[in-house]
Design a protein around this ligand. Structure first.
Ligand code: PDD
Length: 286
């Protein structure tokens, strides 16, 4: 069965969804996106993802084309039409079809291109990797300096994932000025003693929706949080490491640049935080 996708107001089979060759998302990477998880047919962290979408668009002087009610209705319609149980909904808004290639933004009022589609991942919350943890390499952070805007400019993160795979590992952590910024598609943390350490929010990292909720739940559970940058050496000497993202939730990291972190197995803090995160966010689905 082919997927039913959403394009500019209409639902259609994926094969029929066509976008102009002049679309600014295609020629300029001039588009923003969100990835929202679905578990048991219900949407996680909806308000958080919509708030970030609105912010990304406004930082790029784009008008948010739909209300939160409309976005939610489309998410629900796609879940229903595709009988989605576990997986993700991908949402992208580009600056639209400028009629020709031009560095200047098209005139105000040019309609954006709005695309949403589902990605089915049965058993998304039971990823076996969460039981054994993942291994990462570090690479220089060569991305632009507005990483807080969730743009579709993902070439460097793709290259980072390919470099990790070539090294026989799962992911790459970006390093800038001697400190870890974030993972190729996730926010990263270490645990030392009783402290959970993660980089503070700035233009240097994406303001993860999973990160925000996780820090809130951790604080509610009386866990100690320190928001500051850390180095690869600190991560290698930490008791535990982990990352968060909408599609992986909380994922233990057991090796950094060939050195085992802690025991080399998922630690109690990451394991507990994964449980807490899933438990709490499942209470808040829409
Ligand atoms: N990636 N940092 C980067 C660079 C990311 O691409 C992501 C998300 C995150 C985590 O943000 P959140 O918790 O809101 O998912 C941090 C998504 C999942 C993706 O590109 O598929």
């Amino acid at each position: 069965m082919s997927r039913i996708v959403y394009l500019n107001g209409d639902y259609m089979p994926e094969e029929e969804a066509k976008v102009s060759i002049f679309d600014r998302g295609f020629v300029m990477g001039d588009a923003v996106y969100e990835v929202t998880s679905v578990l048991g047919g219900k949407i996680l962290e909806f308000e958080g993802h919509m708030a970030r979408l609105e912010r990304s668009l406004s930082e790029l002087q784009m008008v948010c084309p739909l209300s939160r009610e409309d976005w939610l209705a489309i998410h629900h319609e796609l879940v229903t039409r595709n009988e989605l149980v576990d997986g993700m909904i991908y949402l992208q808004v580009s600056r639209g079809n400028a009629g020709d290639r031009d560095f200047h933004f098209p005139p105000a009022g040019t309609p954006p291109t709005v695309v949403l589609y589902t990605q089915s991942k049965p058993g998304l919350a039971d990823d076996p990797k969460a039981k054994v943890g993942i291994k990462v390499i570090s690479i220089p952070d060569l991305r632009w300096h507005r990483r807080d805007i969730k743009t579709v400019q993902l070439l460097y993160p793709s290259m980072a994932k390919m470099a990790a795979e070539a090294a026989g590992k799962h992911d790459a952590w970006f390093v800038e000025d001697g400190f870890v910024t974030e993972g190729s598609s996730n926010n990263v943390y270490i645990v030392k003693g009783s402290k959970i350490i993660t980089r503070q929010l700035s233009h240097d990292i994406l303001h993860g929706i999973t990160r925000a909720s996780l820090l809130k739940y951790a604080a509610e559970a009386q866990m100690e949080i320190e928001e500051r940058p850390f180095t690869i050496a600190e991560a290698q000497a930490a008791d535990e490491a982990f990352f968060t993202s909408a599609s992986a939730f909380v994922m233990p990291v057991v090796e950094v640049d060939g050195a085992a972190v802690g025991t080399g197995k998922p630690g109690p803090v990451a394991t507990r935080l994964r449980e807490i995160y899933l438990e709490e966010s499942l209470k808040r689905t829409v």
